[in-house]
Design a protein around this ligand. Structure first.
Ligand code: KIV
Ligand code: ZN
Length: 526
């Protein structure tokens, strides 16, 4: 392609939930969780998965390598790298196992970053970028180069760096608005002018990477696409540093809904957008704002009578997207306890979830147990049951029983019995400001782990006084954060399970326990 030729109609969706998204405070994921998200990203149909920053830690490296081995034939697996030899080598070592692999090299180019962060002059920046892109190119063909803080870089210098990076072998040039400073028209013009000014730009893909500090990440990404960019870097739910990155579901649905305007397509299966949004939210503990576009709980709710009337007459009066096209799950009453396994499996599928037989059986058993407790089971209950079982790993501790005593005039007390993975059962008691606090104290005494509770959220999955409660907790131990989630019709039980789920993650993270000797006594070995 030369600068004059129009770019293709396909927009590459580059998902960076597992890298830039994971950098957002409190959103770190363990390897099993990253693999689960990667699997859903592949099912969603993203073209490129930026799976992590392999040099950052052995855990990051392991996750990128596993994702490369498992999913590298269905999406391009990309590893991030600073302009350092060791970074590039680590990125290559991690992604090489993917059939489709990419190394993403970045170096800041703006005056502010050159002077204050890198303390390098322009020549040194160009030299380093060329050397490191060439090194990456010696490993693989598919190389992306990002001049970090490009949106605030002097335009002539940006052209020089981009031209030299392409000469050295870059096949994708990404133009990050690292601090979310650009305005849509201005950002679009950077792409237009780059296409006019850089002589060798015709053969490469131009990419957008926008942060949302001024709430413009999606608008800026779309402006760049209008100006010729053909890759969008984005994250599920707009997760990412500070105010986040461009939200994948929003850019994808903007391109699809306004096909008449953009004339472009992506390979995304939009019906999977709500399921993956919920998955990422439950793994990271980052709640989705109710009125969030596309995936928020209220995204398709019509409150005003005049709107409801219009929608009943003709949906398109007030609906520009059909809820079912993004896999939106309402609160339809679905199945009862007499519904068979077949009907249940079909409904799970319609809701956008594909489960293997073993997991399906577990979720079905949970459904029957729930239908016994609760009069009406809704779609949202089924989604909660599926998410509760999906990818669940064998955990070190499981709950045998929880008893609490609370009420005015009593000291809230809890007795908790846990089983470890050897089958030994331990019991202890705790007191607290309330029954949930007491449960957490008793659990800490048994596990020997002492955690700070950073966040605790409870929500009802559907309507009705007998609704399932979903509890999300965030704990920190020695400054490291872990999320836990659980559901139950009993809020105290859900809280106990969510807290234990977070402690189990801390326990397998190599974090030394504060009290290495458990206080509790083994009661029995079943
Ligand atoms: O925001 C940014 O500049 C980045 C780069 C590493 C691409 O995340
Ligand atoms: Zn970024």
């Amino acid at each position: 392609m030369s600068p004059q030729q129009p770019p293709s109609d396909h927009v590459t969706i580059f998902d960076t939930t597992l890298r830039d998204g994971e950098q957002s405070p409190g959103c770190s994921m363990n390897t099993a969780e990253k693999l689960e998200v990667a699997k859903s990203l592949v099912e969603l149909g993203v073209d490129v998965i930026e799976a992590g920053f392999p040099i950052a830690s052995p855990g990051d490296f392991e996750a990128v390598e596993k994702i490369a081995r498992e999913f590298g034939d269905r999406a391009t697996i990309c590893g991030l790298s600073r302009c350092r030899e060791a970074d590039i080598d680590a990125a290559w070592n991690a992604v090489q196992h993917a059939e489709r692999h990419r190394i993403h090299v970045f170096l800041a180019t703006s005056a502010i970053h050159r002077e204050h962060k890198l303390k390098m002059d322009k020549d040194a920046i160009v030299r380093t970028a060329v050397e490191m892109v060439s090194r990456a190119k010696s490993y693989c063909d598919d190389i992306e180069f990002s001049p970090e803080d490009a949106a605030r870089t002097e335009f002539d210098f940006l052209c020089e760096v981009v031209e030299r990076a392409i000469e050295a072998g870059a096949t994708t040039i990404n133009i990050p608005d690292t601090v979310g400073y650009a305005m849509p028209e201005q950002y679009g013009n950077v792409f237009r002018k780059l296409r006019e000014s850089v002589p060798n730009i015709g053969g490469v893909t131009l990419s957008t990477h926008c942060h949302n500090d001024l709430g413009l990440a999606v608008a800026n990404s779309l402006a760049a696409v209008e100006a010729g960019a053909r890759q969008i870097e984005c994250t599920i739910n707009g997760l990412g540093e500070r105010a986040g990155n461009a939200s994948l579901e929003e850019v994808v649905m903007a391109l699809r809904t306004r096909q008449d305007y953009f004339g472009l397509e992506t390979g995304i299966n939009s019906k999977k957008l709500c399921p993956i949004s919920h998955l990422v939210s439950s793994i990271t503990g980052m709640k989705i704002q109710r009125n969030k576009a596309i995936v928020g709980q209220n995204a398709f709710a019509h409150e005003a009578g005049i709107h409801q009337h219009g929608v009943l007459q003709e949906r398109s009066t007030y609906e520009i997207i059909r809820p079912e096209d993004v896999g939106y799950v309402g609160t339809n009453l679905v199945l009862g306890k007499h519904s068979g396994r077949h009907a249940f499996r079909d409904r799970v599928k319609e809701l956008g979830h594909e489960l293997d037989d073993e997991t399906l059986q577990k979720v079905f058993d949970d459904f029957i147990a729930l239908a016994d407790k609760k009069k009406e089971v809704f779609d949202s209950d089924i989604v909660a049951l599926v998410e509760n079982r999906r990818g669940s790993q064998p955990e070190r501790w499981t709950i045998v029983s929880v008893h609490t005593l609370a009420g005015s005039g009593t000291v809230p007390t809890a007795t908790v019995k846990l089983q470890d993975k050897n089958g030994d059962v331990y019991c202890d008691a705790g007191i607290g400001d309330g029954p949930i606090h007491a449960v957490f104290k008793a659990t800490e005494r048994i596990t020997g782990l002492s955690a700070r509770l950073e966040d605790y959220q409870v929500r009802s999955v559907s309507g009705g006084k007998d609704a399932l409660a979903e509890v999300l907790v965030e704990i920190s131990i020695h400054g490291r954060h872990f999320h836990g989630k659980a559901i139950s019709t009993d809020t105290i039980e859900a809280s106990a399970k969510a807290f234990l789920n977070a402690l189990n993650k801390a326990d397998t993270s190599g974090q030394p326990p504060i009290h290495p000797q458990r206080q509790a006594e083994a009661l029995a070995t079943p």
